[in-house]
Write a protein that binds this ligand. Structure first.
Ligand code: FES
Ligand code: FE
Length: 380
């Protein structure tokens, strides 16, 4: 049976080629990752002037640095002289300026070219013309979101709208005061799968009963396969004998004070297009950032965030972290297992989506619209 002959109740997925083809990935890089707001770095990771990080956004290496006034700035990580990669390190700290190791052009932390040595006999370089290429940056939830487009889409109509579309009640995420939380744990996962596998997996819960024994103990309704993101404003309720969102259902840590009674003992999962997942529980927030590197490889940085006093007290967070760490491993194993088959003739026309996965169909439609659009950044 081909995709076009499916019964009306079943939807086709994207064909396998969408998960392996470098040409399709290149379109996604330019029309999705380089055109939308991309959650790049955690602001707290750059805690002093001179601290910087480099991240991959689409085809570009991006440098995010804190300047002497305390402001975060984002630039393309490319020297304006002959194009050397300015910073090779993933993170580091400089005193006052960033110096290119090739001919020592030197840039301020605000991106201005401040020195270009040994230019005797050469025409003067107009320093104001050769500063680093600056990118748009917006801080939200304690992260720096960067947009490579010349004219970025509205942050409110894209990133914030994704969150409120899921949570329904406007401002509900504000109750968790995510920007004030501190990093309790970060784990990086190097996933041998296309970024869309990871999103699709996160959006559905059909697989929960099969691969997530610990999670379905804590959230019994997940055993029925209802998608965590299926209903607007629906938080999955903890089981009646569960005390906290931990690997064994034991008590968690201090609850975030703004969390209301209606959000207590509930789990909310949100996908922020194109590469972020936010999970909210009463005592912590789990935020995943994906960095798609190739059609078949994606880095995922997962942050566990708690109240500052919880992190500073040195409390044992291991049972709390372990629950979602196992969920991540179980999910990423499943994504890698699917990725292995994406080049098979058997999947050339794709697969099918059962009814509880129908919102994955909406995600596929969105991806297709983006990559088929002719103007970068215009479509939403
Ligand atoms: Fe950077 Fe020459 S390439 S100073
Ligand atoms: Fe899962």
């Amino acid at each position: 049976m081909t995709a076009t002959e499916l019964p009306a109740s079943l939807m086709a997925t994207l064909p396998g080629q969408h998960y392996t083809d470098p040409a399709i990935f290149a379109l996604e890089q330019s029309r999705i990752f380089e055109s939308m707001w991309f959650c790049a770095v955690r602001c707290d990771d750059l805690d002093k002037p001179g601290a910087f990080q480099t991240v991959q956004i689409g085809r570009e290496s991006v440098l995010v640095a804190r300047d002497r006034g305390g402001r975060l700035n984002a630039f393309l990580n490319v020297c304006r002289h002959r194009g050397a990669r300015l910073c090779i390190e993933e993170q580091g700290e400089v005193k006052r300026s960033l110096q290119c190791p090739y001919h020592a052009w030197t840039y301020g932390l605000d991106g201005k070219l401040i020195a270009a040595p040994n230019l005797q006999g050469m025409p003067d370089v107009d320093r104001s013309e050769y500063g680093l290429h600056r990118l748009h940056l917006r801080e939200w939830l304690g992260y720096a979101w960067v947009c490579l487009a010349d004219e970025p889409p509205s942050f409110e109509d894209t990133v914030i709208a994704d969150v409120s579309a899921r949570l329904g009640d406007e401002g509900e995420i504000d109750a968790y005061d995510v920007a004030s939380l501190k990093l309790g744990k970060r784990i990086r996962y190097d996933v041998k799968a296309n970024w869309k596998q990871i999103i699709e997996n996160f959006m559905e819960c059909y697989h929960c009963a099969t691969i997530h024994p610990e999670l379905t103990e804590v959230l019994p309704e997940f055993a029925d396969g209802f998608a965590a993101q299926y209903y607007v404003g629906h938080g999955a309720e903890f089981g009646s004998d569960v005390q906290g969102f931990t690997v064994d259902g034991s008590e968690g840590v201090q609850r975030i004070p703004g969390v209301g009674e209606h959000q207590d003992r509930r789990y909310y999962a949100i996908t922020v297009r194109p590469q972020v997942f936010v999970n909210l529980v009463p005592d912590h927030v789990i935020l995943h950032r994906m960095f798609p590197l190739t059609p078949e490889r994606t880095l995922v940085d997962c942050d566990w965030l708690y109240l500052p006093e919880v992190v500073e007290s040195g409390q044992d967070l291991s049972r709390s972290v372990e629950l979602f760490h196992r969920v991540n491993q179980q999910d990423f194993d499943a994504c890698e297992r699917c990725q292995l088959a994406m080049g098979s003739r058997s999947y050339a026309n794709g697969g099918v989506l059962v009814p509880s996965e129908h919102h994955i169909g909406a995600f596929h439609e969105w991806v297709r619209e983006r990559i088929e659009s002719t103007s970068d950044g215009a479509a939403r």
